[in-house]
Design a protein around this ligand. Structure first.
Ligand SMILES: [Zn+2]
Length: 189
């Protein structure tokens, strides 16, 4: 995997206060936490800040690809973490970001692209996603609102994480069995 990335845009370093978390085991399908609707949470509470730090710690372990959603570490809460700089195909990259109660506000230019998931071993699939999105959410701790414009792989990664909050796995979006592949690489969304 190459590391020839473009420089990330400068955004609030929301992860600065999120060190010191503990990596947690990844829940795998068919764990029920992965198929339920996650709940909105208060971004400023100590429990949410602590969980955000754990999410970041788990993401930084590097076995989950470029993104992770709270249900994947067993928390049915609306919170996602991503860092598209981990992937060679990136165009936009906001850096390492955690969003609480994230919401997709714009989506356009749909394309198929390959996805995998740390919660589903051994499979990838071609999934249609918007290649340009705008997502809003709150930063853990301050609760400050953040709006991110993303495209290409980062947009795909964020949509994949948002699906986790609605109890959807990428397999739920596979358009047909011919879109399913055995995994040959580790380029997770
Ligand atoms: Zn996933």
């Amino acid at each position: 995997m190459t590391t020839d990335h473009t420089e990330p845009l400068s955004l609030p370093e929301c992860s600065r206060d999120l060190s010191g978390g503990t990596a947690r085991p990844i829940r795998r399908a068919p764990d029920p936490v992965l198929s339920r609707q996650a709940e909105r949470v208060e971004a400023g509470t100590p429990e949410v800040v602590s969980a955000a730090a754990d999410l970041v710690a788990t993401l930084r372990e590097g076995e989950t690809g470029a993104g992770l959603a709270a249900p994947q570490i067993g928390l049915p809460w609306r919170m996602i973490a991503f860092d598209a700089r981990r992937h060679p195909r990136i165009r936009s990259a906001a850096g390492e970001v955690v969003l609480v109660n994230p919401r997709l506000v714009e989506a356009s230019r749909w394309e198929h692209g390959r996805e995998g998931c740390a919660s589903i071993a051994g499979l990838t699939a071609d999934i249609p996603r918007a290649t340009r999105i705008v997502v809003e959410g709150a930063l853990p701790g301050s609760g400050e609102s953040l709006t991110i414009e993303a495209d290409a792989f980062e947009a795909r990664c964020i949509q994949h994480q948002l699906d986790h909050l609605d109890g959807l796995l990428f397999l739920d979006r596979v358009p047909g069995v011919l879109s399913l592949h055995r995994r040959h690489h580790s380029c997770d969304a």
